[in-house]
Each structure stands twice: as structure tokens, then as C-alpha cells.
Write a protein that binds this ligand. Structure first.
Ligand SMILES: [Mg+2]
Length: 204
């Protein structure tokens, strides 16, 4: 199956990352548990608005953007590797500002994410997947509306709420169990791809 995986708040711990940088620069005492709403990070960080937050997040000549500073959540990378080895295709579907694209690609490489397919866009439903895993209270309803035949999974976070039709996922072990429980098993799409790759390993 094609597994559409979001990055921030799902694979990488965005809040711990920016708070660590914030503490280093401003001496603040922030903790990820303090984030209980969507789009109010500027209030925690003492910025005038989210535009000011993102301007700081973008970094400067002395440091790269916050997207290079993030750590993966527990079990995230290992579980994706297991799912890939089980025959599924990991499709990264992430929304980023344009300035964050290079650092996002570097981060994916730094952590050797088991993916051959990366989509950076806000309209995530335009990427066809069998299963989606996301934490955004904006993206999840959009996926449910546009992909009625897909399994849409909500990574449970304080900034999202249950949605009719979405599967609630608390951690990566639970996500693995859910994927294994779905009909279809290891995807035929990937099997065909592997066969083709085995025959023509030199082709890009
Ligand atoms: Mg996210």
C-alpha cells in the first residue's frame, strides 16, 4: 500500500526542536506540552504573530532553519523501515514554506528516511495514497472529504480532535498494527516496482 506520511508532528518533533532553539537564543523555559492549540506558537514564543514566528524560524546566516534542528519521534523511522520492508511504499506528504524545502530534503537525507517519494505541498489530498497519517486539524478533514476510500489516520495531538471517519493513532507502534490489519497487505504496486528495479538496476 501507499502510505502517505506527514512530517511535522508525526515523524519529527517540531515543537521540541523550535523550543530548544528558542531557549538557546532567548533563555526561555518552554516545554512541548505547552502547545495545546494549532497556530498559536507565536504566543508561546513571544512573537507578535505567526508571521513573526516563521520569520524567526527561517533562520539566518548563522544558523539554518528550524527544520534542520528537529529530532524524530520514538519508533518513527524504525517503523517506517519495517513497513517499507514489509512491501509498503512510504510516501512523504508534507506542507512547508518554500524557504524550508532544502532543509526538509536535507533532514530526510540526514535521517535516511525509507522513502523514494517526497511531496511538498499544501493540498495533500492531491497525492494518491491508500493510508494517510497526519496531525493537522486542517489537513485531516480535507483528506476525509477528498479521499473517501483511503484510511485517514489522525496522529493524536493536543491540537487536533477526533473526526468521524478517521482512525485515531497514538504512536508509531499503533500505526504499524493498523497498517498490518488492513486488507491488501504488502502492496502490489511496490511488488511490481521491485520487480522492475531488479531487472534494470542501472536505470534511474
Ligand atoms: Mg504535521
Amino acid at each position: 500500500m501507499r502510505l502517505g506520511i506527514d512530517l511535522d508532528g508525526v515523524v519529527c518533533d517540531f515543537n521540541s526542536g523550535w523550543m530548544e532553539l528558542h531557549q538557546a537564543e532567548f533563555g526561555s523555559e518552554l516545554a512541548p506540552e505547552m502547545v495545546v492549540a494549532w497556530n498559536n506558537l507565536h504566543e508561546l514564543g513571544g512573537f507578535a504573530d505567526m508571521r513573526a514566528f516563521w520569520a524567526w524560524a527561517q533562520g539566518n546566516a548563522d544558523r539554518p532553519s528550524i527544520f534542520r534542528h528537529l529530532e524524530p519521534f520514538a519508533d518513527a523511522v524504525d517503523t517506517m523501515r519495517t513497513l517499507r520492508d514489509d512491501g509498503h511504499r512510504i510516501v512523504i506528504v508534507t506542507a512547508k514554506p518554500r524557504w524550508a524545502i532544502s532543509d526538509t530534503l536535507r533532514w530526510i537525507a540526514d535521517h535516511d528516511l525509507p522513502t523514494e517519494e517526497i511531496h511538498i505541498r499544501y493540498q495533500k489530498h492531491t497525492v494518491d495514497c491508500d493510508v494517510y497519517l497526519d496531525d493537522s486539524p486542517i489537513v485531516l478533514p480535507d483528506l476525509l472529504a477528498h479521499r473517501p476510500h483511503a484510511t485517514v489516520c489522525r496522529m493524536v495531538r493536543p491540537w487536533n480532535t477526533p473526526l468521524e471517519g478517521a482512525q485515531d493513532i497514538s504512536d508509531w507502534r499503533q500505526f504499524h498494527s493498523l497498517v498490518m490489519s488492513l486488507p491488501g497487505g504488502p502492496g502490489s504496486t511496490t511488488a511490481e516496482s521491485d520487480l522492475r528495479d531488479a531487472r534494470t538496476p542501472w536505470l534511474g
